[in-house]
Design a protein around this ligand. Structure first.
Ligand SMILES: [Cu+2]
Length: 297
């Protein structure tokens, strides 16, 4: 179509070249800073790869989402740049450019592509949920985790022993990491982690496991998984739960079933028989103070 805005030949190429150089420089800087392992897990915690029977499903969904978003982004940025460069106003231009509308191919593109994206994301998410949070494989070992201000109790229910975390020191000096409770998990074993709270809402989070679950008082939730990679991990409470929330951390040791048995035996020898149940919950936390005093609310 003839328009007063047709660019002079050659001008378009020099602009495109400059943009290309800027883009290449930015991409090189971005890529140079990171190793391939970080890319493989999409910048999630590096030890998450193969950590549990769920992590690879999460990583695949996460990376797939980013790749789809980047492809859409690249096409969008490309079209934007092309429009900015090809249809820019030049000194010789007078008046308004040619006005255009109802471009059917473009309108079909930006209707159909998002529908495909939403459908693919939906089915991929359902598939991932079936393999992860909807996992209800029967457990060989049930381990009950109680969050409490500001520590953790671990009940090894199947073995009928427990470990009681000591409350964070309340003298005002924060010394995270010191004597943090340790959760032992046998590797390659079907586990059920039952999550409960003794007082306020906490959140159970082992970053490398890529799973985080709120622990709501009066409610029980579960994570069914297998820990696949032996090693040491860090866990923490991920819900602001009071003054010493930052000290509510724990260690996780994924060990061989034999080492796990040894640990269970050591708990038994220390006299940690039985489990620490609801009798240690702070139920009074929820009583209505108005009712207690017999006043009207
Ligand atoms: Cu907490």
């Amino acid at each position: 179509m003839d328009s007063p805005n047709q660019p002079a030949p050659g001008a378009r190429a020099s602009w495109a070249k400059r943009l290309g150089v800027i883009g290449a420089a930015a991409a090189t800087t971005l890529l140079a800073g990171c190793s391939s392992e970080r890319w493989e897990v999409g910048f999630l915690p590096p030890d998450s790869k193969g950590a549990t029977s769920h992590t690879d499903h999460y990583i695949a969904l996460w990376n797939g989402g980013w790749i789809a978003a980047l492809i859409v982004g690249a096409i969008t940025w490309g079209l934007l740049m092309w429009c900015i460069v090809a249809y820019r106003r030049k000194k010789s231009d007078r008046g308004l450019p040619v006005q255009m509308r109802y471009n059917m191919p473009v309108e079909i593109l930006y209707t159909v592509v998002p529908i495909i994206l939403v459908l693919v994301f939906f089915f991929e998410t359902v598939k991932t949920m079936d393999n992860t949070i909807n996992d209800d494989t029967e457990a060989e070992q049930v381990i009950e985790v109680y969050g409490k201000q500001w520590a953790w109790d671990f009940n090894y229910v199947t073995e009928d022993v427990h470990y009681a975390g000591v409350q964070a020191n309340l003298d005002g000096t924060e010394q995270p990491g010191i004597e943090a409770p340790t959760l032992y998990l046998p590797a390659n074993t079907d586990l059920e982690l039952k999550l409960e709270s003794r007082d306020v809402i906490h959140s159970f989070w082992i970053p490398a496991f890529l799973e985080k679950r709120d622990m709501i008082p009066g409610r029980s939730s579960s994570i069914h998984l297998q820990a696949l990679k032996e090693g040491d991990y860090m866990g923490k409470c991920a819900e602001l739960c009071g003054e010493f929330h930052s000290e509510m951390i724990f260690n996780v040791k994924v060990v061989s079933p034999a080492e796990y048995d040894d640990y269970i035996e050591s708990l038994r020898e220390q006299g940690n028989e039985g489990v620490l149940g609801e009798e240690y919950n702070r139920d009074d936390w929820y009583d209505n103070p108005y009712e207690q005093e017999g006043a009207e609310n």
